[in-house]
Ligand binder design. Structure first.
Ligand code: 1AG
Length: 134
């Protein structure tokens, strides 16, 4: 039985988002605004099917996938790239590899205590975010 990440989660900390955005080539003005926002994650987990919404006053982002099935991801509104993405469980960590123009790109979600963790990585930069239930 895998863990259930479902729920509405509010960001409480965000470490090295700047480095991660720089690795993705995000321009200065966008980075300044993006750093200010505290996004909410709305996760729906149904067996192997997931919907993850990242909601903020600045931009919203939606991704839907099934465990073990590679899909075409268009990071529209973020860095606007196309990736071949694959999400799997690494023990209790939901892990995505985003193959594309950028090397070593992906993310990992897991729960520890009552908190949801997210690490996003790209070309050696790691952004660490923490969320609490809304
Ligand atoms: C994600 O989360 C994307 C969530 O895959 C967005 C987080 C970082 C943004 C990535 C690149 C920065 C580009 C532009 C910045 C603009 C807005 C940032 C704030 C608003 C976010 C919508 C991993 C996982 C599944 O939860 O999506």
């Amino acid at each position: 039985m895998p863990v259930d990440l479902s729920g509405t989660w509010n960001m409480v900390s965000n470490e090295n988002f700047e480095g991660y955005m720089l690795a993705l080539g995000i321009d200065f003005a966008t980075r300044k605004i993006a750093k200010m926002v505290k996004p909410q994650k709305v996760i729906k987990q149904n067996g192997d099917s997931f919907t993850i919404q990242t909601l903020s006053t600045f931009r919203n982002y939606l991704v839907q996938f099934k465990i073990g099935e590679e899909f075409d991801e268009d990071t529209k509104g973020l860095d606007n790239r196309k990736c071949k993405s694959l999400v799997t469980w690494d023990n209790d960590r939901l892990t995505c590899i985003q193959k594309g123009e950028k090397a070593n790109r992906g993310w990992t979600h897991w729960i520890e205590g009552d908190e949801l963790y997210l690490e996003m990585f790209c070309e050696g930069q790691v952004c660490k975010q923490r969320f609490q239930r809304a």
